[in-house]
Design a protein around this ligand. Structure first.
Ligand code: G6P
Length: 613
């Protein structure tokens, strides 16, 4: 969730590290810091707030000559876990003698015990962080060989981390280590780069080396030396990144979130590309690496995810049941690991994660593997931990998602899971004709989304009314129930309006008590199969004077008499009705947040990639 960036080479490190941190800011942004080696000494600059504030402080505190001279630096943008987002708690942290500094992502779980022991030995700490304890611990082992000290210290550490360490007398090396939190390395023309996320360094190099868990590495201007934590050399392949760096820029949109909402037709096209077989009416998902017989033998599907990805799984559960005749269990990844789940060898566990780094989902994948399940994944970030550890799966190819509120990943996840349901269905009970109908519906989705996006002004008008509320309900039935939960999540995340997503009929079992004229209800009712029933629920809301904003399938006029406002979206098969509904709720949240003047791409307290449990 925090971001790490480092550089060692022949160019001034300060600007390169600051530029990388800026690109990582979406991962965490409550405080930031930078450490450099200059003339055998460490210089540290830290600030509460954004990377821009750090850059201003650096310009104020460090003379231009110093900024030009320092050729090695590490930086960090933080999402607070231990201790408030203050200057003291920001990274880098120094060891007791000020000989080395450290930036860290993740959580050191036994930091309190380590801290108590070090305090008994005379150490005193300036911050509340687990990171400072690790810096002191490495300092205890440091006698001139930084790699050795890091390896020795890590033997005492429990928890998850990605770290980068810089030492005063070592202007030409950065030592990094990974356990559970990603670290990627790269060589560029002028030196070597270190980052927690490829997006930080891809404008400088495309040749990336991903560390595995328990790897440590020494990064020099001319090379990368990867070792195991026992200091035995290991070889890690060079991956050539294929993302276009301009895809990680705003391209004229006011916010990444808006850009990502509007690029969904293209993202869906990329998820579809080459994956439908129009002759056999099935999907081609080579990365799944399962024979028809193996697919036929699956007795249950377990879908694991968090946040928005969890909602995509809840939508897709309907498709697996209906198309593939498969019992499906959708699990919050954070619960799965801790409740001793029952897993059979004939279960297929599918982990769904945009980032591929969510700690709870990764931990759940490992637990499923320990219990002998076959595991696959659906990720967006190529080479991410969940994608690599699951070993088989489907990439979304949706392009980088930078806005903290996930948008295009959701629709692409629903599509990827739907294609998986089609493939499984064709191996089990679907006819070719039924399969062809699915293919046609999937292929039409980019155009459907385009049509909904054309109505953004109409959605904006409704958002203006919602923006004045303090509480909002979203309701839906079938696949539109998880879509309603996603709508409520989007609104909470970026506009800070309290919102809840409910199955439409459930509303009357309690929450209806909260309805009154200033509590709007967004009714997702664009599945004609359940429209009548949802209309009844809308009536119940209107009877309590709550304004009702209804989303219905084109041509359905019955809602006009009931709802305060009605928005028509293209008619879809029920299993895909969540896609146009998702576009509406994303736009609603975006425009409501805009009307309230919120920080849309970097909402308070959130992080794009949650790499702590
Ligand atoms: C965070 C993000 C959410 C995201 C969730 C799961 O909470 O803010 O937008 O849905 O993590 O992330 P994943 O990368 O696993 O899909």
């Amino acid at each position: 969730m925090c971001g790490i960036m480092g550089y060692v080479g022949s160019e001034p490190a300060v600007d390169i590290v600051l530029a990388g941190l800026k690109r990582l800011e979406y991962r965490g942004y409550d405080s930031a810091g930078l450490g450099i080696v200059d003339d055998g000494r460490l210089a540290i600059c830290k600030t509460p707030g954004r990377v821009k504030a750090l850059a201003d402080d650096v310009a104020k505190c460090w003379a231009p000559e110093l900024r030009q001279r320092a050729l090695a630096g590490i930086g960090h943008t933080r999402w607070a876990t231990h201790g408030a987002p203050t200057r003291e708690n920001a990274h880098p942290h120094l060891d007791a003698k000020g000989r080395l500094c450290l930036v860290h992502n993740g959580i050191i779980e036994n930091f309190q015990a380590l801290r108590a022991r070090l305090e008994q030995e005379g150490h005193s700490f300036l911050s509340q962080t687990d990171t400072e304890v690790l810096a002191h611990l490495i300092g205890e082992f440091y006698e001139g060989d930084l790699l050795r000290a890091v390896c020795a210290a890590l033997k005492h550490v429990e928890g998850a981390f990605g770290i980068a360490v810089l030492a005063a007398g070592k202007p030409d090396e950065i030592v990094v280590a990974r356990r559970g939190s990603p670290i990627v390395l790269g060589l560029c023309e002028t030196g070597a780069l270190v980052a927690s996320d490829a997006a930080a360094i891809m404008s400088l190099t495309r040749n990336l080396v991903y560390l595995e868990d328990h790897d440590v590495a020494v990064v020099h201007p001319g090379g990368i030396d990867v070792r195991s934590v026992d200091n035995v050399p290991v070889s890690r392949p060079v991956t050539v990144a294929d993302w276009d760096t301009t895809a990680a820029e705003k391209g004229g949109y006011a916010h990444f979130m808006l850009k990502e909402i509007f690029e969904q037709p293209e993202a869906l096209t990329n998820t579809l590309r080459g994956r439908l077989d129009p002759r056999e009416g099935t999907a081609v998902l080579g990365g799944l690496d399962m024979t028809p017989r193996e697919i036929n033998e699956i007795s249950r599907l377990v879908l694991l995810a968090c946040g928005t990805s969890l909602h995509a799984c809840q939508v897709a559960a309907y498709a697996f049941e209906e198309l593939a005749d498969l019992p499906v269990c959708v699990e919050q990844a954070a619960e799965f690991r801790y409740r001793n789940p029952i897993v059979r060898s004939t279960d297929l566990v599918v982990a769904v994660s945009q980032s591929g780094e969510t700690a709870d989902t990764l931990a759940a994948v490992r637990e499923a593997q320990r219990k002998g399940a076959r595991v696959a994944s659906i990720c967006n970030v190529v080479g991410s931990s969940i994608a690599r550890e699951s070993g088989r799966g489907v990439y979304l190819h949706a392009g980088p998602e930078i806005g903290v509120a996930s948008t295009k990943a959701f629709t692409c996840q629903v599509l990827a899971l739907s294609m998986m349901a089609l493939k499984f269905g064709r191996c089990r009970r679907l006819t070719r004709e039924q399969g062809l109908a699915c293919c046609q519906a999937y292929e039409a989705l980019p155009g459907v989304v385009r049509q909904v996006l054309e109505q953004h002004e109409a959605v904006r008008a409704i958002a203006g009314e919602i923006a004045r509320a303090n509480h909002v309900f979203y309701i839906g039935r079938g696949t539109l129930h998880p879509a309603a939960m996603e709508g409520a999540l989007k609104l909470k995340e970026i506009s800070y309006i309290h919102a809840e997503g409910y199955q439409a009929a459930e509303l009357k079992h309690g929450p209806i008590a909260l309805l009154q004229p200033d509590v709007p209800v967004v009714a997702l009712a664009n599945d004609p199969r359940s429209l009548d029933k949802t209309l009844g629920n809308m009536q119940e809301c209107r009877a309590r004077q709550a304004p009702v904003y209804a989303v219905v399938a084109a041509g359905e006029t019955a809602a006009n008499a009931v709802a305060t406002r009605v928005l028509e979206v293209p008619r879809q098969p029920p299993l895909l009705a969540s896609i146009p509904a998702a576009i509406v709720v994303q736009l609603l949240a975006y425009y409501a947040a805009l009307a309230r003047g919120c920080e849309i791409d970097q909402p308070r307290n959130l992080a794009k990639s949650v790499t702590v449990e």
